[in-house]
Design a protein around this ligand. Structure first.
Ligand code: AHM
Ligand code: MG
Length: 337
């Protein structure tokens, strides 16, 4: 199938999803497949907008008007609008939770059976510097008989039927799980297609890299401080761990998935519930990590996916990464301060 070194048999995201559906759920209605297609459109649109942003001068404060009187919108507002419209237009989504919207959005006219939770542009403080940002998303099927209510999303992460993120970096990468491992795709901008580039991705069991905002160490528990201090000592091979922190969860998690290591954003004495949001930051990342063979726990060392959020914007401390690294952390979490 190769002509002059050109691979001609590419697995696009659409092809991949259709194949998966045939294999795992031959009687499925195809609604989730259509929904994933609408998600893919939102990712491409956001990727395109971010790439053009400097050219068309989109970078600016939301609500500020430019010379011609048009509203200049910040990219995270535009990303949110793109996402909402794509989900509304899909016909398969009944409910949407977005980090940018205080309340749950109900698409009244939709007959869809799914709820989507998302952070349309996570890490947006990095945007103006051209650093990678991303969209994080998770999908729930509505509860049996539900016409769409908040109960459909205030559920444990184990009930998500699909989750992942798209990272808008040097290339646009989509990492996806539908509960059957993790597969990664790279956007070919000329073809306008996500191409399967990381089939059945597995995270390395250990890796000496830690990723945390160390500027918060004054507020950390003694346990967390001791843990990080232990990583800075020479290990069995004579070398300490490396520190890598981008400050963009998607980019930090992406590196962790590919190289291994550990990422943490613990609760501390200043942010008592942590910073990252359970529904659309912690859950999707935890599901991806577990599906890739890694782990994700909260500050008590409990499995993140077992949490049951009481509010759509609830936060939690989180630690995720290689299984061996999360296991090494565990005794420090359970230590009394
Ligand atoms: P955001 O949703 O407002 O963009 O905040 C989430 C981001 C994550 O991408 C990142 O992991 C974290 O905030 C970084 O926070 P800090 O700047 O406190 O280290
Ligand atoms: Mg965010």
């Amino acid at each position: 199938a190769e002509q002059k070194g050109i691979q001609t048999d590419l697995v696009t995201l659409t092809r991949f999803i259709l194949d998966e559906q045939k294999k795992s759920a031959p009687n499925a209605t195809g609604e989730l497949t259509l929904l994933l297609n609408s998600l893919q459109f939102a990712f491409k649109f956001i990727a395109h907008t971010i790439r053009r942003s400097e050219l068309v001068n989109l970078i600016g404060l939301a609500g500020v008007t430019n010379a011609t009187g048009d509203d200049q919108k910040k990219l995270d507002v535009i990303g949110d609008e793109i996402f909402i419209n794509a989900m509304k237009g899909s016909g398969n989504v009944k409910l949407l939770v977005s980090e940018e919207q205080e309340d749950l959005i109900v698409f009244e006219s939709s007959k869809g059976n799914y709820a989507v939770v998302c952070d349309p542009i996570d890490g947006s403080s990095n945007l103006d510097a051209g650093v990678s940002v991303g969209t994080i998303f998770g999908v729930y099927k509505l509860l049996p008989g539900s016409a769409g209510s908040i109960k459909d999303v205030l559920r444990s992460g184990t009930e998500m039927v699909a989750a992942g993120y798209t990272m808008y970096g040097a290339s646009t990468h989509l990492m996806l799980t539908t509960g059957n491992g993790v597969n990664g795709f790279t956007l070919d901008t000329d073809l306008g297609e996500f191409i399967l580039t990381y089939p059945s991705l597995k995270i390395p069991h250990t890796r000496a890299i830690y990723s945390i905002n160390e500027g918060n160490s004054h507020y950390w528990t003694d346990g967390v401080n001791e843990y990080i201090a232990s990583l800075k000592k020479p290990q069995a091979n004579g070398k300490p761990y490396s520190a890598r922190y981008i400050g963009s969860m998607v980019a930090d998690v992406h590196r962790t998935l590919l190289y291994g290591g550990i990422f943490g954003y613990p609760a501390d004495s200043k942010s008592k519930s942590g910073k990252l949001r359970v529904l659309y930051e912690c859950f999707p990342m935890a599901l991806l990590l577990e599906q890739a063979g890694g782990e994700a726990v909260n500050d008590k060392g409990e499995r993140i996916l077992n949490l049951e959020p009481k509010q759509v914007h609830e936060r939690s401390g989180i630690w995720l990464g290689s299984k061996g690294e999360v296991e090494r952390l565990q005794p420090y979490l359970t230590k009394k301060n």
